[in-house]
Design a protein around this ligand. Sequence first.
Ligand code: PLP
Length: 361
Amino acid sequence: MKKRIKLFDPVIGSKEEKVLLKALKSHFWASGSGIGKVSEFEHKFRKYVGAQQCVALNSGTAALHLALTLFDVKGKEVILPSLSFVSTAHAVVYNGGKPVFVDVDPHTLCLDPVDVEKAITRKTSVILPVHFGGMPCNLSKLMKLCKAHKVSLVEDAAHAAGATYQKKRIGKHGNAVCFSFHPVKNLAMPTGGAITLNGKNSSKQKNVLSSLRWCGISDRKGVTYDVNKLGWNYYMNEFSASIGLIQLDNLEKTNNIRRKIAKRYSKEIQVEFKMLFNKDCSYHLYWIQVKNRDRFIKQMEKRGIETGIHYLPIHKMSFYKSQEKLPITEKVGKNIVSIPNHPNLIENKVDYIIKNVNELA
Ligand SMILES: Cc1ncc(COP(=O)(O)O)c(C=O)c1O
């Protein structure tokens, strides 16, 4: 039987094995008492994205949760897309805020700035865009809106590690940018996430977040410490950081492979709606839209190709059941399918995927 083509697949090699063994044998696995890989990762990732500070955490969900603690969210509104992983909205609720779901641009599936502007009220505290699939949002317009309405910009960049817009926009990122290093992400770890911070308060904010990620512990002096706030157990471990450093070294190369595949898909796949090609995109995933999705997914599976749905709209989930009318999100939510795009795909597999999508879509 032919090997099934996976939708996502982390790229690993002998270097990852070596550093894992080194961390294992060090006997120091937690970041505070570890072998310094977490702080090395923070330093290198911060420089890579061109941010002023970086705080490493144990997931993208933790990154969103903690990033929003820096802003005045309790009892306020946060504008976000419904077309995202549910953590984007949960982070608002963890902070006592109200998610206000806004429709997306049909070409990028990122927040539509025109709709964002209509949704801003006196209660808006934060705009929280998602760089969908690694496609950069219209940050210039969102930043202008934030400035005009005195609200903060927190980016959900869970899909966007290594999206080249980040490097070109040094100093022009949102107040906080949240990354996920979940095993299927472009920069993969067993679990992991990070917040990069920008602006004049970033050094102070890093100190606050460093305490929050470890149960609110502060003022450590030798073996004594204080706890002046409620915190969480969100720190990154040394195994994740060790793998992450190797993944970071390879990120340009692996993202370029994703871009090459996406370029072929965008030219050769014959469907009405598909992800466009943009050289600044990190192509964490590649989406197309098909009319008969259930049938398409089953037929692709029969032909040995795994597909997925990213995402079912959050505002339709029973926990949220939000009343917003989001026609584009709702249509996309019914038709969207992700097809394999990862650096382990060799050319003849890409040929095979294109041929089958064109036959079945
Ligand atoms: C858009 C988006 N935001 C947030 C997250 C949460 O990241 P994690 O799984 O690392 O908690 C994910 C991950 O799946 C995601 O895709």
